[in-house]
Design a protein around this ligand. Structure first.
Ligand code: PMP
Length: 404
């Protein structure tokens, strides 16, 4: 049994009142709230362990290093990577993708080459590739989608050429909630020998992920979206691929030997981790992954799927409701508009009722253009949301609608 009321007790912020009303936090796609287990791990490390990692002979440094490296093992297990050499700590999904776009660009992209992204990518899985393409004289190609918000995989085969260097695709759309068949994307790309990056920012918090099963070359996600701290994320890469790529940043930790004439680089994953890592955040991220693993990712997924089904039912019953995206496989994200009420007005008025939703283009302007809109209101659910919160959302929307 999944006891959501028991789970909520781990998140102190959920007892807050906003404008005298209980907080209804439905902005989990942007960031999630943190359980005590995560915050306490950070406080404990700063109070009792803190020392820089890797280079110290003293006790605290070794203890901090052990926690940091144990966290890498926790991440490895969580996404089922083969080895901790394949787990690079970054500042988040955005930095993971920038790292990859830079390094892969340097190693293997030439003028006239191509990069494939999907029509529903977040800016962070478009712009770094665009910047690299501009630098290298390469071209961006786009996998189109249907009006329901599903990728047109038959078009992907036609997009892959001898010049395609990588396919980049999100596992879950942060706007439409579409769960993309990334395993199938990988299979199609591999037939042409093309590597694949999966953006897992919106999947890792909601479903079990197994990178070996997906067979993607690269996978990126952020700690703060999976109940962990801000400022830490992960780039997973198959060892044979990471081995081929040059470092992204230079500095301490990423080197083997330095002379003024020549520098040799450290082994994986340290080659990609210049400078002092946020070792307190990596430790707290591991606590967050332990936390969701303890609840069970399947149970979280079932709870959120049920909540999403219920929310779709409640929202669809509202007059003038338009929900964007109707994919067969969908996750805990619902984007909508009601009549001609501007998304900003809806968001602002819901906020007055204590309901936190996100409004705007959700960092997916090309997708907005494809849908022919400027923005939406987005409700996104997490492991602590309840049906009565969905009721509060539906009643809130109804109230705003009547006002207009
Ligand atoms: N990709 C997707 C699909 C996202 O939803 C987000 C965050 N909104 C990102 C990438 C970027 O994540 P971050 O800001 O944590 O780097």
């Amino acid at each position: 049994m999944y006891d959501v009321n028991r789970v909520r007790e781990d998140f102190p912020i959920l007892t807050r009142q906003i404008y005298g009303r209980p907080l209804v936090y439905l902005d989990n796609g942007a960031t999630t709230q943190k359980p005590r287990q995560v915050v306490e791990a950070m406080v404990d490390e700063y109070y009792n362990v803190n020392a820089n990692v890797h280079r110290g002979v003293h006790f605290l440094s070794q203890q901090a290093t052990e926690l940091h490296e144990a966290s890498r093992e926790t991440v490895r297990r969580f996404i089922n990577a083969r080895s901790t050499a394949e787990i690079v700590f970054t500042r988040g999904t955005t930095e993971s993708i920038n790292l990859l776009a830079f390094s892969l660009g340097e190693a293997m992209v030439k003028e006239g080459d191509e990069v494939v992204v999907s029509a529903m990518e977040h800016h962070s899985n478009i712009v770094p590739w665009q910047m690299m393409c501009e630098r290298k004289g390469a071209q961006l190609r786009v996998i189109p989608m249907t009006d329901e918000g599903e990728l047109q995989l038959e078009a992907l085969e036609g997009l892959l050429t001898k010049r395609t260097r990588i396919v980049c695709c999100t596992q879950v759309s942060n706007v439409l909630g579409t769960v993309n068949p990334v395993k199938e994307v990988v299979r199609i790309a591999h037939e042409k020998g093309v590597p694949v990056l999966v953006d897992g920012a919106q999947s890792v918090p909601h479903m079990p992920v197994d990178v070996q099963d997906l067979d993607c070359e690269f996978f990126a996600f952020s700690g703060h979206k999976v109940y962990g701290p801000t400022g830490v994320g992960v780039l997973y890469g198959k060892e044979e691929w990471l081995d081929k790529l040059p470092p992204y940043q230079g500095g301490g930790e990423m080197i083997k030997n330095v002379t003024f004439e020549k520098t040799t680089y450290n082994e994986l994953p340290y080659k990609f981790e210049a400078g002092t890592p946020d070792y307190v955040a990596t430790h707290a991220l591991a606590k967050a992954l332990d936390y969701v693993s303890g609840l069970g990712m399947e149970k979280i997924e079932t709870h959120e799927q049920e909540l999403t089904r219920y929310a779709l039912e409640r929202l669809q019953a509202i007059e003038g409701m338009h929900i964007f995206g109707a994919a067969q496989q969908r996750d805990a994200v619902i984007s909508f508009q009601v009549g001609n009420i501007h998304h900003l007005d809806m968001g602002t008025l819901l906020d007055r009722l204590g309901i936190a939703v996100r409004t705007g283009h959700h960092c997916a302007e090309p997708l907005m253009r494809r849908l022919g809109i400027e923005g939406t209101v987005r409700a996104s659910f997490g492991l602590y949301n309840t049906k009565s919160e969905v009721d509060a959302l539906a009643e809130g929307i109804e109230r705003v609608r009547r006002m207009f």
